[in-house]
Design a protein around this ligand. Structure first.
Ligand SMILES: [Zn+2]
Length: 123
């Protein structure tokens, strides 16, 4: 099986204690949260779990911990909550990817169909 390398957004937004880095909150580096949300929704789902994350900032259920990918990045479903409610700052190259709409449907389908094994990018 071929390996495909992706970047895990959690490496950029979580502290060692599994909370969102406080300095990312209310610091969005994109103009339109809806554009980000629409992009996140397009991602291919690559895991199926039932557990959910509760938001450490407002106490609401932020969403499932299922992972989605666009072929370059992987992110959990709950990321949308932090975009809408907390204007989370995202990695610059991820925002660029969204603005340029670099969604590779063909590649994502291969990952979802498990024709490609994903490997996480190590910094
Ligand atoms: Zn919240």
């Amino acid at each position: 099986m071929k390996k495909h390398i992706v970047k895990d957004i959690l490496n950029y937004i979580l502290t060692e204690n599994d909370i969102i880095k406080p300095d990312l909150i209310n610091a969005s580096n994109y103009k339109d949260a809806n554009e980000v949300i629409n992009y996140l929704k397009k991602g291919g789902k690559i895991s199926t779990v039932s557990s959910e994350r509760q938001c450490e900032y407002c106490g609401e259920l932020a969403g499932s911990i299922n992972y989605y990918t666009d072929g370059t990045w992987v992110w959990p479903e709950w990321l949308s909550h932090y975009v809408i409610k907390h204007q989370i700052k995202l990695p610059f190259d991820f925002v660029e990817q969204i603005i340029n709409n670099n969604y590779d449907g063909e590649l994502v389908q291969k990952i979802v169909n498990q024709e490609l094994e994903i490997q996480f990018y190590e910094e």
